[in-house]
Design a protein around this ligand. Structure first.
Ligand code: FAD
Length: 405
């Protein structure tokens, strides 16, 4: 009898969690499992702000996929997914085509620029390891050439971060810790470096607890971040960003570095493949399947699961992506066994912690508010936990944040 073929697209949190659970629960003759990812490595998306600010070496953020998979049970294909043709049960890759019996789509997110002019051309985004590395190198270059390139203007050192959501705030937390070190290395006065955080919404960390928001904002302000809240960015140019002043006029904030961290959408492969979607996120059914396709599971940032309390989709997080991966693996095993009663997905929200640099953070964990060292410690526990769920103790020892030995 032909083995059923399971194809998993994306080796991030959701995809790898699916794979490791499947390889634990299935024997090699139960299914053919293929994992496709565009790099030979997995990167910790939740650590990219550290790589971008230069507080963590990019190599620390990634690990080899082949070290994680059981190659007797899982075939790894390094290629780019171009399009899914669900009617034909096929996936077009950059160099070949794959067929499947069951498909798991876990291709993560892309930056959402909301059509703002010039962002694609002139702003950096923290979307993947390469884009994070580009930010780090650019900032280092700007500082290292400040005295030698003849311009010597402060705008050259100014940095604008667009967005005061989790990604923007976590990046700022790392950045303001890194800047004094860069100033020291390149003999630049700290007061010559301006860091702006520009947010269209009326608050920092929209939707988060107001007391924690106040704490986070004040920590960053003390370290030199200037917040422009309720201030939409209208355009990004070579000189910086044009912001709406609220009186019909725009003002130019000059900056040599603009990092756009104000929104994500699902992967554009979703749109190209014709799934019903809103901003490349698919409203999946309670088993995490795409509407109309019982053989296609969509998880992580490409999926939208409605929170019944708010009637809005849960924010895309690594936490939900990994829980989805675990459930999909369980249901795939049931399907292979010919069972019809699948388990439904229920998100178990364990909390959220937003880091403010190496040694500070704010969060709500198991319903309790935490700040400072305690929150920062908890953040590292969470980071280690996600490594553990994918690669066990050996991966935690290799890449983990809390080095106990
Ligand atoms: P990802 O983990 O991003 O994986 C997608 C994978 O698909 C990648 O390996 C990518 O290389 C691959 N891929 C993409 N396109 C293609 C293609 N066309 N072909 C082949 N392969 C492809 N969430 C939290 O829960 N807690 C946090 O503290 C947190 N902090 C964050 C900080 C930052 C800076 C960022 C950017 C995000 C943060 N998030 C956090 C959100 C979290 O990282 C995402 O929700 C999570 O990564 C989604 O998992 P995923 O499996 O959908 O995608």
């Amino acid at each position: 009898m032909n083995k059923q073929k399971i194809v998993i697209l994306g080796g991030g949190y959701g995809g790898l969690q699916t794979v490791v659970k499947l390889q634990k629960s299935l024997s090699p003759n139960e299914a053919e499992i293929i994992l496709v990812n565009n790099h030979p490595y997995h990167y910790e998306t939740t650590w990219l702000h550290e790589a971008a600010a230069g507080t963590l070496q990019p190599e620390r953020v990634r690990y080899s996929i082949e070290d994680i998979i059981d190659q007797r049970k899982v075939q790894f294909v390094q290629d780019t997914v171009e399009k899914i043709i669900p009617e034909e049960k096929k996936v077009q890759l950059g160099t070949r085509e794959l067929s499947y019996d069951y498909l798991v789509v876990a291709l993560g997110a892309e930056a959402e620029t909301f059509g703002i002019k010039g962002l694609k051309e002139h702003a950096f985004t923290i979307s993947n390891l390469d884009s994070a590395r580009k930010i780090k190198e650019h900032i280092e270059y700007v500082f290292s050439t400040y005295h030698s390139d003849g311009r010597n203007t402060d705008e050259q050192l100014s940095i604008v971060v667009g967005g005061a959501g989790f990604t923007g705030i976590e990046f700022l937390g790392e950045l303001v810790n890194r800047i004094p070190k860069l100033c020291d290395t390149y003999q630049i006065k700290r007061e010559n470096v301006k860091v702006y955080c520009i947010e269209a919404a009326p608050t920092v960390l929209p939707g988060f607890d107001p007391e924690l928001v106040k704490y986070a904002k004040s920590v960053l302000e003390k370290k030199g971040v200037e917040f422009l809240i309720g201030t939409p960015i209208k355009e990004c140019t070579k000189e910086g960003v044009l912001v709406d002043q609220g009186n019909g006029e725009t003002k130019l904030i000059k900056a040599n570095t603009v990092v756009w961290a104000a929104g994500v959408r699902g992967n554009s492969v979703i749109e190209k493949s014709g799934f019903e979607n809103v901003r490349a996120r698919v409203a999946v059914d309670s088993y995490l399947r795409a509407p109309g396709y019982d053989d296609v599971f969509i998880i992580g940032d490409c999926s939208a699961v409605i929170n019944k309390e708010t009637n809005r989709p849960y924010p895309p997080t690594a936490q939900i992506a990994m829980q989805q991966g675990k459930l999909v693996a369980k249901n795939l095993k049931l399907l292979l066994q010919g069972k019809k009663d699948l388990e439904t997905f229920v998100f178990d929200n364990k909390g959220t912690v937003c880091s403010l640099g190496e040694d500070d953070a704010v969060g709500i964990v198991f319903g309790k508010k935490i700040t400072g060292f305690k929150a920062s410690f908890m953040k590292k526990v969470i980071d280690n936990r996600s490594l553990f769920l994918i690669g066990g103790t050996s991966l935690v020892l290799k890449k983990g944040k809390l080095k106990l030995f």
